[in-house]
Design a protein around this ligand. Structure first.
Ligand code: C5P
Length: 297
């Protein structure tokens, strides 16, 4: 048995259409996931128990105990296979923590793939991924896909070319349940009754054509008003990106990371420089998408 390392991408939601609150506490979604080139790596090494180490520059807030989603993934897979959950897991974090880019879900997907390889198991990981969290199945798949149900039922989307992104990382995370609850509260206060969520035809056409300008205009996130309500400073971040010529700007998922679409790799680099200079974020990075899901290195 030799160590297995898996590389797994972050996601940005190109559209996050949120339906009404369901009886099970989740919301039905039309969730257009797009995997981008910000990666975590998870290594599973042979061991005689389950251990977890987290490495990286900004890892504050990552649980290191039994509640870490990657450790839960390893235990769930072991239980399914009827084997002991023996692996030394190391997570090298690069995806912002609690940032709305599904970093924890990515680590869970990577742990499933790494442990399955380490333990020599050939099983369908998708049902296990869905049990671990709404965003975990997409981290296995990668690319661009529409997630329906609570986000776990995936249909791949055809995309032409490559899109260039800039991500403004904020200090501190936002809790996903808190942002969904704020979305419900704002809707209730405004007397809004959301209908069934639907993927936008304009967005699908922009992706198929590889048209960054049209994509920028079609980006939409129903959770954005809630994230802005909980973190008003993000308005300035979004506004700065628009002023510097981003084709589109939105809060990524439940935030607080803000995503900006550029029209080329060079434009992305100049946006990174301008947003860094403006001091509207903890750090600013460029990435591209779509990229593949969890992959053994
Ligand atoms: O599935 P996951 O564990 O990532 O979800 C975290 C929380 O986000 C849920 O407990 C719920 O509050 C909220 N959520 C939701 N509707 C979804 C996905 C997540 O309300 N479709």
């Amino acid at each position: 048995m030799t160590p297995v390392t898996v590389r797994v991408p972050a996601k940005v939601n190109l559209q996050l259409a949120v339906g009404p609150l369901r009886d099970d506490g989740f919301h039905d979604l039309a969730n257009v996931f797009h995997a981008v080139s910000l990666f975590d790596e998870v290594t599973a090494s042979p061991a005689d128990s389950l251990t977890l180490r987290v490495e990286g520059e900004s890892i504050e807030g990552v649980p290191t105990g039994d509640d870490n989603l990657a450790a839960r993934a390893a235990r769930l897979l072991a239980q399914q296979l009827g084997v002991p959950a023996h692996a030394a897991l190391t997570i090298r974090k690069n995806i912002p923590v609690a940032g709305g880019m599904a970093g924890g879900s990515a680590d869970a997907a990577a742990a499933l793939v790494a442990c399955a390889r380490l333990w020599g198991a050939d099983v369908d990981l998708r049902p296990l991924a869905a049990r671990l969290g709404s965003d975990v199945p997409f981290a296995l798949l990668g690319g661009t896909a529409i997630g329906t149900g609570r986000g776990e039922v995936l249909t791949p989307v055809q995309v032409s070319g490559r899109f260039h992104w800039v991500f403004a990382l904020a200090d501190g995370g936002l809790s996903t349940p808190a942002v969904y609850a704020e979305c419900d509260r704002l809707r209730e206060a405004r007397g809004e009754r959301p209908g069934p969520p639907q993927a936008s035809p304009d967005l699908m056409a922009a992706l198929a054509a590889g048209d960054a300008k049209a994509l920028g205009a079609a980006l939409a996130n129903d959770l954005e008003p809630a994230a802005l309500s909980l973190r008003p400073a993000l308005r300035d971040t979004l506004e700065a990106g628009r002023a510097f010529g981003a084709l589109g700007a939105l809060v990524s998922g439940s935030g607080p990371t803000c995503a900006f679409l550029a029209d080329s790799a060079d434009h992305a680099e100049s946006l990174v420089a301008a947003l860094t200079e403006a001091g509207v974020a903890r750090s600013v990075v460029a990435a591209h998408g779509p990229v593949p899901g969890a992959t053994v290195l």
